[in-house]
Design a protein around this ligand. Structure first.
Ligand SMILES: [Zn+2]
Length: 264
């Protein structure tokens, strides 16, 4: 059964952007996906996350625009398995028989074994938070394609990148980091919009923010994850929600955010 179209969107939906050297981004309604160029093959890429339900056409079209008609998807890496990060994955896999990688602790949510816990609509004020009980949280089943990320922190197909465990938002949430340019693909561990607020989401008002509160059962662990990301001294924050922030060292901003969240 496919999920219904979610009437949540933003002014940037469908807009692609160069997020960092070798990393192209696309906003799909309210969530971002990233295309990381596969080294030495100009038409090939690895997709990070898979957008909202029913967005496969939009994502693959963007791939064609960016990588050419003979574009080639090598693999998909998921930061976590929430509906707005895996929405198009089943349809993409119908076109592209490629491996999907996710943290081992996140596997039950993408192999039909475990659903995410219920949303917490009262965790923070805002219309998106209020609507969150309507968001799908059931497990999908892509067992035929998905496998656990290697435990040593290496990222398949992407030698320059490492993955870091950033739980709290979900038990097996990960972020990706590249030393070159100190580029962080953060998923929902940290985001750049106040995701609980419909108006902010719609205009994509830029603001450094913790993970969406309505879907974050473990705030304390989420704060520790942000602290861990701060220690990497990222110079570019490419997040699952919101317009990327680039051009400075985000260490102190992230430390401050982690302290703020753990004091709530
Ligand atoms: Zn999420």
């Amino acid at each position: 059964m496919s999920d219904p179209y979610m009437p949540l969107t933003s002014v940037r939906s469908g807009i692609g952007f160069e997020a960092a050297k070798g990393v192209h981004g696309l906003t799909v309604q309210i969530a971002n996906v990233y295309f990381i160029q596969y080294p030495s093959e100009p038409h090939s890429f690895i997709l990070i996350d898979a957008g909202m339900p029913q967005s496969a056409g939009m994502i693959l079209n963007e791939a064609k625009q960016r990588f050419g008609d003979d574009y080639h998807l090598k693999a998909i890496i998921l930061t976590h398995g929430h509906f707005d990060h895996i929405g198009a994955i089943e349809e993409i896999l119908e076109h592209w028989d490629v491996p999907v990688y996710i943290h081992s602790r996140e596997m039950p949510f993408v192999t039909g074994k475990e659903d995410y816990p219920p949303a917490r609509p009262d965790s923070k004020s805002g219309l998106v938070a209020k609507l969150s009980p309507l968001f799908p949280r059931h497990s999908i089943d892509i067992s035929s394609h998905v496998q656990a990320l290697p435990e040593d922190g290496t990222v398949p197909f992407l030698d320059e990148w490492i993955w870091i465990t950033t739980p709290g938002h979900t038990p097996g949430h990960i972020s990706l980091f590249r030393e070159d340019g100190h580029v962080l693909v953060a998923g929902d561990a940290v985001i750049t919009v106040e995701q609980e607020k419909m108006a902010d989401v719609f205009i994509q008002k830029q603001e450094l923010h913790g993970p969406p509160a309505y879907f974050t059962p473990d705030t304390e662990t989420a704060a520790e994850s942000i602290q861990r990301l701060a220690e990497l001294e990222p110079g570019a924050l490419l997040t699952g929600h919101g317009i990327p922030m680039t051009g400075r060292n985000f260490r102190s901003d992230l430390m401050e955010l982690a302290n703020h969240i753990s004091s709530l």
